[in-house]
Write a protein of this length. Sequence first.
Length: 165
Amino acid sequence: MSSNKTSSVPVFVLVASVSLLGGSPAKAAPVTKITSCPFPITAAGSYLVVRDLSCPATFGIQISNTSDVDLNVGGHTIMGSSASSGNGIEVFGATNVHIINGTVTGFTGMSGLLLGPGSSGTRVEATTLTGNGQGLIINNSSGNTISSSDISANLFDGILTNFAR
């Protein structure tokens, strides 16, 4: 003869425990929305491209002289032209930059992404750099990581390094 017994185990909800201790859930840092270019970033924070950008005469997004920047391209395209005087995304003198989830194309006179002098620790993920003069230029920059990205069909080099460490 078998017997089916079940037992009750108390379940505690973490949120209730935190509330009892007087804590509150952490608020997410505000996200700055990018709707046009050129767009300079000179302060730490989270940035989100919220639509495709057309940058026919200048750079797209420039991150300079700061640290701790998260740039989510939001699955959008940053589009340049042969007349663009800058790169799609430029990083100068910045550390701990994270660029993710987008396409940079059409910067045929320059590059899709430039990791320039004084920059270090940039992480690039799920980013497509195609149809530019150079796909990616790493110039006098160190400690960078490129993963799960497509750097192809550019006019010259896919990846060009100069004093990269």
